[in-house]
Design a protein around this ligand. Sequence first.
Ligand code: FAD
Ligand code: SF4
Length: 509
Amino acid sequence: AHTIRLILGDQLNPRHHWFENTDPGVLYVLMEVRQETDYVLHHAQKIIAIFAAMRAFAGKLRQQGHRVRYVTLDDPSNRHSITDNLDALFARYQAQRMQWQLPDEWRLDQCLQNWAKAGTFEYETVDTDHFLTDRNEMSHLFKGRKQWLMEHFYRVMRRKWNVLIAADGSPVGGKWNFDKENRKPWPGTPAEPDDTRSVHDHSALWAMIEGCGVKSFGDSQAQTFRWPCDRDEALSQLEAFVEHTLPHFGDYEDAMSVSSERLFHSLLSFALNTKMLHPLEVVRRVEQAHEAGHAPLAAVEGFIRQIIGWREYVRGIYWSQMPGYDQLNGLDHHRPLPSWFWTGQTRMNCLRHSIGQSLKTAHAHHIQRLMVIGNFSLLAGLDPQELHRWYLGVYIDAFEWVELPNTAGMSQWADQGLIATKPYVSSAAYIDRMSDYCKTCHYNKKQKTSDQACPFNALYWNFFEHHGPTLRQNPRLVMAYRQIGKMNNEQRAEIRNRAQWILEHIESL
Ligand code: FAD
Ligand code: SF4
């Protein structure tokens, strides 16, 4: 082979332009390495799903007549570093040229560039043919602005890709955003759609991974394992979503319930982030469902906003802020994560369900991530970098370009408001409005300072008091500070004491 082309574990796009022709002079390389299993402690299902999908992808390429070298984790020649393996493969195949698709993570981007610069071969990077923006597009758009509003970016994207735009150039339905009609609590009907995804038995692959000594957490069991491992599975998942789930997506987008883990979310993030599906094909399919009268505009617009809006937006943030974004700690929070992040064993019902579900399925939906786990973490002053590593490890869809801006920026305000105009915090009132968690909780959602009072409540007011110097001037927090202003000294002291007690007993809440 004269050319080696590297394919990373999140670059499983069978429609990439590379694969249009077969060329015996090109060797495709995929590898399972400890560098990638170990850069953070991962959920077992995440490791299994990525390796299983890589294996299926390599198989497909071979079937199409491409030359493939697949290095398994237990291959005796595996050096467990991407670039050390590449060195060995270069020598073995006497290659002269190296090509790779632009990595989405800064870590790997640097690693490959530094390696190639030190080498004596020709090298070239190509696009992944996946995103709707290039890495630096958003920096150009927001140049010189202090705040980078998603809504502004989203409208630019709608126009750029002609998504839900009427013939006269206006947004379909006369508005850009229909969220006022969305976001209801879920009363228990309509029923959660059946999970039509196929169940995989990956026990042999898992035995190999464990046999190699890879550390992990979360449930590895085959019976709970339903992540798509190739494009065909991902496409049938998309169809099932559009058919049964999309019509209710908007209504219950922010709802949470003890009796439904999924509600009406798509569970497409793994397929999207590993590039089995293209964002625009998902968007067009959903748009078409609306045109065919199958799904209301509010649901369709809300869903599309997540994909062409938020998903591309956080990627733009990532590339504009790295390196360094992973070090930010705008509120100076340093408390270690309580051990129940790894067990789900807490009496706080909302957290027990959200973390428990994350450990069981490697997934939680957006509001669980933001307004339960993230909310508590921010109120309790947990270390945003340690929290970032937890999110990066636990979720099936977590790759740093999308996870870090969501965790550190949107959820923990570590960037002091570059993404979020105010910190996403709430007391029990919000969680109670959007879920049924509080109904069966050990704690009392209404009380602030009693022994049984919901911990979110005292922590919430304490958070604003404590961060007064940083947050008081924020125009979006006027109401919160006005309410604090109405409390007398005794009430404030009670809240402070209760918050203090909660933080000291965080392990046993
Ligand atoms: P749906 O609710 O069905 O949404 C559809 C799609 O929209 C998702 O598949 C996803 O591709 C996209 N999307 C929705 N919200 C976002 C968002 N805020 N940012 C980027 N894309 C979005 N998403 C990840 O893909 N990887 C992560 O590591 C990740 N970490 C997160 C951490 C925190 C603290 C928070 C608050 C959110 C995070 N998200 C992350 C965003 C979101 O929670 C997940 O994309 C979503 O829950 C995935 O499930 P789904 O496919 O059923 O999503
Ligand atoms: Fe969570 Fe508090 Fe509600 Fe319990 S009462 S479920 S801890 S918000």
